[in-house]
Design a protein around this ligand. Structure first.
Ligand code: HEM
Length: 492
């Protein structure tokens, strides 16, 4: 027998012994799911890479019920009783190793598993994200919206068809870039997709590494050395983004021009107990986190909202009627609507925004937490052993027919106008839930409300392809597949 055959037999025996051991010694054996998930995270990895993981998770819940097994140590729930157990238990349910995949400079507010560090950073940053502080930065939002309006005016004058998804992406990257780094990426001006930071690639890479951390202890190092063009593309994208972030922070720290944005707030942030400030590496990793967590999420949400509105003409008409009766003509003032005006009274617009978050949440990666109680934890009537990773996939709970009825796949803002809307709101988790939920929620809402109101008040959009059905790529942060091609006319 050749040496190679001997090694092959020994390797094969090793695999058989491992699999048998896992099957006999499997604390999650009772939970249904794909067979391969009993042994490995490859099922999750494959579907993350295919950008359809949330849809496969939804199908499994429809087949097996409220809890499914998606990895050797991973359960996914889709019932309302699971929400407080997983996301409102504070420090007793910390983030899992999945989040290690997101560290590009240092662990930041989003990715850190250290609850003390998280609490300190959240205290240091809370003020900059408050509604009052954002009012001081309203000029940043308005400046970039004004450029978006100029671009749309040109399309209206020429009658040329254009990609609204791309126009929104340029706007959002410039806007969040200026908030996070005090730098205008000028992608609206360049109108070149090559200028956009490679955030979707970074997020996809982070999710793949995060999922593999349960499979390979050194997954980050391993991915860096894989000889495939796709892994090289993702790694290069991350390196480019990291360099860009650090250069912007260097420039902003040396300029001190009195401008107010999230970066200048980070530079001034102090530990309330010790007075210590953040180091340059701390600041870079937080600003990097803002761009990654805030730009693609906001632009995707806006694109999906417009897609749903344009494909539901009755809803669109009702919304435009509300804007016409509640808001003054914009061209008389010359600047986008102020937050104080929009906050006032646009219940139907808010219902449309909520329904879009329900139908098409964009932060659709799994948000796993670890059970730390030594005796395990009962979640929605199921006993979960200690150290298990548990999550709720927001796409799956948002489409659970037991909660939303059989019309869960219909875009129907009316469901947010009725008496059940308060209960529904507790089940909507586009921004996560609990102490690790989105700190940038106010920024996202300001953008969404300002852009939606301003664009629909000023323009009438015509889709190039009315028959197009919605396909979503779930690469960690979801986006509509392909462009959203339109023509546009001025309304007045
Ligand atoms: C529509 C837009 C947005 C959506 C859907 C969204 C969604 C989310 C979700 C689901 C989480 C929780 C993740 C988890 O539990 O692991 C989160 C956290 C976070 N988001 Fe957002 N986000 C949006 C916009 C923003 C913006 C504009 C910023 C900043 C400029 C931002 C910064 C963050 C940060 C720093 C965290 C970590 C918070 C913590 O752990 O304390 N997000 N976001």
């Amino acid at each position: 027998m050749s040496k190679f055959t001997t090694y092959l037999i020994i390797g094969g025996l090793g695999v058989i012994i491992y699999l048998t051991f896992r099957l006999w010694n499997d604390p999650l054996a009772q939970y249904p799911g794909p067979f391969i998930a009993k042994f490995s995270n490859l099922w999750m990895c494959y579907h993350t890479w295919s950008c359809d993981l949330p849809e496969r998770v939804l199908e499994l819940h429809q087949q097996y019920g409220p809890v499914i097994r998606v990895g050797p140590n991973n359960l996914d729930f889709d019932g309302k009783a699971a929400i407080p157990k997983i996301y409102k238990a504070g420090r007793s349910m910390p983030k899992s190793d999945f989040y290690q995949g997101f560290t590009a400079i240092q662990p930041n507010l989003f990715g850190t598993q250290d609850e003390d560090l998280h609490a300190l950073r959240r205290r240091q940053m809370a003020h900059s994200f408050s509604a009052a502080s954002l009012k001081d930065m309203e000029n940043i939002f308005d400046g970039h919206i004004a450029i978006l309006l100029q671009r749309l005016d040109k399309f209206a004058e020429s009658g040329e068809a254009f990609d609204l998804k791309e126009a929104i992406s340029f706007f959002t990257y410039d806007m969040i870039g200026e908030l996070a780094f005090g730098t205008n990426f000028e992608s609206q001006k360049a109108a070149d997709p090559e200028n956009l930071p490679p955030i979707p690639d970074h997020v996809l890479l982070a999710c793949m590494i995060g999922i593999m951390s349960g499979l390979l202890p050194y997954s980050k190092a391993v991915v860096a050395w894989l000889p495939f063009s796709w892994s090289r593309r993702l790694i290069n994208g991350r390196n480019k983004l990291r360099k860009q972030a650090m250069a912007c922070v260097d420039a902003a720290m040396s300029k001190e021009d009195g401008s107010k944005n999230l970066l200048t707030h980070l530079i001034q942030a102090r530990d309330p107990d010790t007075g210590a400030s953040l180091t340059k590496a701390n600041i870079s990793s937080e600003a990097f986190g803002f761009l990654v967590a805030g730009a693609h999420t906001t632009s995707s949400t806006l694109t999906l909202l417009f897609f749903h509105l344009f494909h539901n003409p009755q809803v669109l008409k009702k919304l435009v009627d509300e804007l016409d009766s509640e808001l003054p003509l914009l061209r008389e003032t010359g600047v986008p609507y102020t937050m104080s005006l929009l906050e006032k009274n646009l219940p139907y617009e808010m219902a449309c925004v909520r329904e879009n978050f329900r139908m098409s949440p964009v932060f659709t990666m799994s948000l796993p937490r670890v059970v730390t109680e030594t005796q395990g934890l009962d979640i929605d009537g199921f006993h979960v052993p200690s150290k298990t990773s548990v999550a709720i996939t927001n796409h799956a709970i948002h489409h659970n027919p037991k909660i939303w009825g059989n019309s869960h796949d219909v875009f129907n803002p009316e469901r947010w106008m009725g008496k059940d809307s308060r209960d529904y709101a507790t089940l909507l988790m586009p921004f996560g839930i609990g102490h690790r939920s989105c700190i940038g929620r106010n920024i996202a809402m300001i953008n969404i409300l300002k852009v939606t109101s301003t664009l629909l008040k000023n323009y009438e959009f015509e889709l190039l392809n009315r028959e197009e059905s919605l396909e979503i790529l779930h690469g960690g942060v979801a986006e509509k597949r392909g462009p959203l091609m339109c023509t546009v006319k001025m309304r007045y």
